[in-house]
Design a protein around this ligand. Sequence first.
Ligand SMILES: [Zn+2]
Length: 548
Amino acid sequence: MKTTVLALAAALLASAAPATTLIDHANGLQVDAQGHLQHFTGLLVGDDGKVVRLLHDGEPLPKASMTVDVHGQTLLPGFIDAHGHVMELGTDALHLDLVGTRSLAELQQRLRDYAAQHPDARWIQGAGWNQELWPSKQFPTAADLDAIVPDRPVVLERVDGHALVANSAAMRAAGVTPQTPAPAGGEIIDGLFVDNAKALINRAIPAPTQAEMDQAFAKAQEILLGFGVTGVGSMSTSLDDWNTFRRAGDAGSLKVRLMVYLLGLDPLKAIPHPTPWLYGDRLRAQGVKFFADGALGSRGAWLKQPYSDAPNTIGNQLHSDADLRSQEDAAAAAGFQIATHAIGDAANAQVISTYEWLDSKYGLNRRWRIEHAQVVDCADLPRIGRAHIIASMQPTHQTSDRLMAEKRLGLSRLKCAYAWQSMLRTGARLAFGTDFPVESPNPFPGLAAAISRQDINDEPPGGWFPEERLSFEQALAAYTRGAAYAGFAEDKIGSLEPGKWADFVILDRDISKASVPELYRTQVLETWVGGKKVWSRAPAASAPERGR
Ligand SMILES: [Zn+2]
């Protein structure tokens, strides 16, 4: 009798033993808390989806209910994009893609094809053009679009999202006439609507249905996971976006972890305070995003001195000091983290001053973030570290903007622009991302740019302001640990350690040994979130669809 009870107890214990998964034969790489590259050969993952422990060469293998042999392939923590626009990524992927158009004629051809393929679309929406890549360098006009689509509204956003061009039908639908004045912080020129003027057109676009938003979010997750991105600082999130994420969470289809930054104070009527982590640490409203200025490409970035190539303007200041301070104070008082877009040196100075003031009121541990921090006056740089500000930066902006930035600013003002190494030296924490869909969410071009200051064509030789290059470890840390820290999630993600989520990627090459051109071409083979494989490359598939 006694032995039977014992046997029964043993059987019960065995069945209650957690179902662990052993990930074996990995070339595991990550950056440790001291910033050194750490190697490991496998992972033991608990049935809760969290790491039980890392395995190293020569250690006896632990027992596990399932073993996954990765055949020596390279395994890293999932990438965290500290600054991306999730719904726009999915929406743009379903809209007319104008990335890479090399002339106005090519834009017009793509518009003609899309209009023919989408006869039922009430509005034709597209994004991704950049006139800097065209021989003419001229902004497109309403007339250029009317020549192709005269009968339906057409709205095409510039690649940086800071300007759009509308056709006459769109302007009619929006009630815009030649007499309509541009609002403060905006401009209207022949159908081109810059910064604050964009709203005149955007407000006339019919809102997407819930089903369209769900479809766009599903598309965005698929693109992100295909690039090995398992966590995102979801910037400029509207209430509708948030509700879309919630629907996915409720339906069990939320895979990517989203650290949400709401767009301004409006959504706080419905979400008055930061939420706890929801859906197994996959969703949290934790911050509020503000804008201090626009972008360099459309000369909306707010500068201390006039643009070198437009001496009549210093760009667009979007808030007075008092206004920015009072809005950010309201969000901070409600418990939110603050993230402020600042690109020009005047905007960065304004945001630093605002954060210094917030520090004096709330202390130094609130991790205020500057988004982009692209052009900083060298005199202001040390203040960033002193105020414990997080520099949320995008390495591929440097390679994409280089020639345009030289024209807009002149070389002397670029000494502390895209200044990653200088930023770290001030003591600031660096968090990397891509600002997708402004750039592709693919993290490998970002890593390559960060360590080389060269684009995919090895330009310029030796790197652009090469003293700002990062080591491989510094760059990888900014894309993993740094981005997790920037989102108050360093106890959950950003590295593979006991108790943290088993979010990892398997790559087609060892990126710690890859040359810069090889690093640019790295592909993800599998993406795992919470110990589950959520994406794998189809055999012989080409690169995942380019998400902008
Ligand atoms: Zn952005």
